[in-house]
Ligand binder design. Structure first.
Ligand SMILES: Cc1cc2nc3c(=O)[nH]c(=O)nc-3n(C[C@H](O)[C@H](O)[C@H](O)COP(=O)(O)O)c2cc1C
Length: 235
């Protein structure tokens, strides 16, 4: 029992340390690369992330070649270093990617994509699929009123952010830095994905970008947060 308590205390401290360690890294050390198996662990955290109804409405596109990264520079002000006169995350991250969110083509209730997902990935029997089809249709139509293509893509995007959070936490536990990146223009990002990456943008839209690597320097601003009592209320 003592051992369990000691372990729990140690793990609590590790978790707290990881969350304090993580900051939105603006500039990475361009000479340091994340070991393949460590990044594989980060991707596994993504793959195993929870999603609403278990629909997994996301994909991850890794962009490693400098030429491919350069295609995003003009319209990705949050990753280009434009604001601080550096090569930014695009120019220095060991690993850079985009999480794509599924559109209504895949995620509307009753879609072919979902039927295949229930059968092939979730291995559900037909009678269970029928029940899920009904409850998911009610969820989309009435419960959460997620009806338009934009609403459905945004809902997929919410799942993408859970994936990203888990990736960043996994990274922080390994001492790996990261930055979540929303600082890009949607329209040219979508066009670039279709034109230069062969993404079917009727099915997949950019949700959020990310960069992983090792910080070039200590964070230049201290971490500030609201007080716990301003964040949480107990009833
Ligand atoms: C969804 C999301 C999008 C963000 N987009 C950018 C971005 O484009 N560029 C950037 O440098 N930081 C970006 N950030 C980082 C935030 O500015 C940062 O997390 C926040 O200021 C808190 O600081 P900390 O993460 O260092 O504790 C983003 C954060 C989140 C969660």
């Amino acid at each position: 029992m003592d051992l369990v308590n000691t372990d729990t205390t140690r793990i609590q401290a590790q978790i707290a340390d990881a969350f304090r360690f993580r900051h939105a890294t603006k500039l990475f050390d361009p000479h340091r690369t994340i070991a393949e198996e460590e990044f594989a662990t980060i991707l596994e955290a993504a793959r195993l992330s929870p999603t609403s109804f278990g629909h997994e409405p996301f994909r991850i596109l890794m962009i490693q070649s400098p030429q491919k990264r350069a295609l995003f520079r003009a319209f990705s002000w949050g990753a280009s270093g434009l604001r601080n006169g550096t090569p930014g995350q695009l120019g220095t991250a060991s690993h850079f990617g985009i999480i794509l969110a599924a559109t209504s083509t895949a995620m509307a209730a009753g879609s072919d994509y979902l039927q295949a997902h229930y059968r092939e990935v979730k291995q559900l029997p037909e009678e269970v699929i029928e029940i899920i089809n009904g409850s998911y249709a009610r969820f989309q139509e009435a419960g959460h009123a997620i009806r338009t293509d934009r609403e459905i893509s945004d809902w997929s995007g919410k799942q993408a952010y859970i994936v990203l959070a888990n990736m960043m936490t996994a990274g922080a536990l390994l001492g790996i830095d990261s930055c979540p990146i929303e600082g890009f223009d949607m329209a040219p990002a979508t066009e670039t994905l279709a034109r230069d990456f062969g993404v079917d943008t009727d099915r997949w839209r950019p949700a959020v970008m990310f960069a992983f690597g090792y910080r070039a320097a200590a964070p230049d601003v201290p971490k500030t947060r609201r007080r716990m009592e301003d964040v949480v209320s107990w009833h």
